[in-house]
Write a protein that binds this ligand. Sequence first.
Ligand code: UDP
Length: 325
Amino acid sequence: MRILITGGAGFIGSHLAQACLERGDEVYVLDDLSTGSAENLAPMQKDPGLCDRLFFTKGSILDRETLLELVGTCDQVFHLAAAVGVRYILDNPLESIRINIQGTDAVLSQCARFRKKVLITSSSEVYGKHLHAPLKETDDIVYGPTGKFRWSYAASKLVDEFTALAYHRNRGLEVITARLFNTVGPRQTGAYGMVIPRLVQQALKNEPLTVYGTGAQTRTFTYVKDVVRALLSLMDHPDAVGGTFNVGGTEEVSILELAQRIIKATGSSSEIRLIPYEEAFPEDFEDMQRRVPDISRIRELTGYVPKTGLDEILAEVIAYMRQAG
Ligand code: UDP
């Protein structure tokens, strides 16, 4: 099978590329290296059993000619290229909206033209601000005002989802939507705000761990290899087509408790510093207080359940960051 992965040099994309290569696929990666990194593909490029089936193109999904050629070449498409990370979105609002909405439309339109099956990655952000848990794919969504720019990301991902469904209805495109919740593991960078790499890095340097707000806000965290397994299980299941699926973890943890567990797991002498949101972010920020998925839809269809617990995930990330230095 020939697989195109847009955003394949990113954190999740590179793990997906590796899994596809390991099962024998030819993998075509399209990435503009805006938040991804060529380094993420290096382990596969150095592996003699994998390197001759990995093809990397540095380019944008907004470049029509490149996209046309790659979609035409491949049998299936995983669309992961997007502006990601709260910090990145707040710093680059216009670019983020453009790449997420126009870029996804470009990918879907070529997939429809060549009749290629495609999986798009959406985000738990689309749920907006809910306090109840767990979140189901059928839940209503509630956003803050346009003055709070965080919601532009949620809105752009929601437009992506509607666009995918519209291509499915109007053009018969075989498309699957995966709503990814917080995903962690080796190769994730803290540069765009993601909490686990940031706190682990701080703990390893014995610097204060920056917990925003009171730290009572909660998340679940899924190991990247579990997420990859979920994406492959959806792509391979005929009944997933036209569907939207939560992909996330089940162990809810507050950010304060997460910081405590990171200090313990690293043996760090760091203290925890509570940083008011106004200090950490511009005024137009609003955090989500709780975010836990209901994963029964994907579990019932494909049998997928996350296997890696939070302590194991932290151990992996800590080992990776120690080695990376
Ligand atoms: N967070 C934090 N300290 C940090 C980075 C993030 O307390 O240095 C918090 C953030 O406010 C949020 C949670 O950790 O409540 C998860 O943040 P992240 O940016 O990783 O993902 P999000 O779930 O917000 O998309």
